[in-house]
Design a protein around this ligand. Structure first.
Ligand SMILES: *Cc1c(COP(=O)(O)O)cnc(C)c1O
Length: 354
């Protein structure tokens, strides 16, 4: 693809790269030298810029701060075995950012603006892309309202920003989770399918309560009956029951994860049966008791695959079997790693070089 938009670039004259220790990266704490920013005003996107990463001045009256008119994405770029850098399914994130934008009455972003901004930003900060196995450059695009006006109505002006964070191999200790049967993350007809800021703030309190009880995370259930599985924290939930890959069907209350979509595609490629349907907490516990629940895990960009070891249900903790090296979650995780590093064949054309 040819870059066509003029992106005004102001390089930092004080790179922080030398201070970075690639061996002790903590998720979300180190930020690369530059960020991409573009404002939307008077009905159109203005000149895009790449500037040194740093604080931004905003109106204290902006409706992102007061009413949550703010959305985000999470995606990754990977160092390739041939030396380059490639993005994993960036157009999926672009499309989802736009569907979140529509839900929150925010302007959509042209593909060229998003993709060219990403490419130029990552090329400029390519020395920040970690190279060791399992590490990556986490990318955080986000958009928020910027009008200085406290009336409750969609803002007329917005800012889209993209910054990046080098992240190490994500090791997730097998999780202790419990079904949530009181609080809800989102309801059918709500905004659960969008990555809008408010969904996450509202989930913190119920998650904190579960953590005080010794769990790492919740499995959200549906808002009307608290029977059907929705997601696990900020990951989609996937189960292997009796050899079949089972996951809740998408709805307006579930986030359509790119990792979920990729894992299901690879499962089908491996010849496994994939069922996207309603899954009740009772079905999971019954399968567990009958020895038919083989695996349960969360999927998301940050962790890729986070295995679940224990599920709490109605006051009891149920342990899952220990998974062996031939488990689906291990095989699919290895297949995804191979595609993302360039070591494996990318038959679905998921990787986009920067
Ligand atoms: C981002 C997110 C996911 C995972 O989506 P990926 O595209 O796989 O990273 C799942 N659930 C929620 C609520 C999320 O915000």
């Amino acid at each position: 693809m040819i870059d066509i938009l003029p992106i005004r670039t102001q390089r930092t004259n004080a790179s922080r790269l030398a201070e970075l220790d690639f061996d002790t990266l903590e998720f979300g704490k180190a930020f690369s030298d530059h960020m991409f920013a573009v404002d939307y005003r008077d009905g159109e996107w203005q000149e895009a810029q790449i500037v040194p990463y740093g604080d931004m001045a905003v109106s204290p009256a902006n409706s992102a701060l007061h009413y949550g008119q703010a959305i985000f994405e999470g995606m990754k770029a990977y160092h390739q075995t041939d030396g380059g850098v490639a993005l994993f399914r960036p157009l999926d994130n672009w499309a989802r950012l736009n569907s979140s934008a529509e839900r929150m009455c925010m302007p959509t972003i042209p593909e060229e603006l998003f993709m060219q901004g990403l490419r130029e930003l990552i090329r400029l900060d390519s020395a920040w892309v970690p190279t060791s196995a399992g590490s990556s450059l986490y990318i955080r695009p986000f958009m928020f309202a910027t009008d200085g006006f406290i009336g409750v109505r969609p803002s007329d002006s917005y800012r889209l920003v993209i910054f990046t964070c080098p992240v190490g191999l994500y090791y997730s200790k097998p999780l202790r989770v419990r079904f949530e049967q009181k609080y809800v993350r989102s309801a059918e007809g709500g905004a659960g399918y969008a990555k809008n800021a408010g969904n996450y703030g509202a989930a913190m309190y119920p998650t904190k309560l579960a953590q005080q009880e010794g769990y790492n995370q919740l499995i959200w259930t549906d808002a009307s009956e608290h029977q059907y599985v929705e997601e696990s924290g900020t990951m989609n939930a996937i189960f292997v029951i009796d050899g079949r890959v089972v996951t809740p069907a998408l709805s307006t209350s579930i986030l359509d994860g790119v990792t979920r979509r990729s894992v299901l595609q690879l499962a089908r490629d491996m010849g496994l049966v994939v069922e996207e349907r309603k899954v009740s907490s009772r079905e999971i516990i019954q399968a567990l008791e009958a020895g038919k629940l083989e695996e349960a895990f969360g999927t998301g960009t940050a962790a890729t695959i986070a295995p679940i070891a224990t599920i709490g249900y109605e006051g009891h903790d149920y342990d899952l079997p220990i998974v062996g090296p031939q488990a689906f979650s291990k095989r699919v995780s290895a297949a995804l790693d191979a595609i993302r590093s360039g070591a494996g064949a990318d038959v679905h054309h998921w990787m986009v070089p920067v």
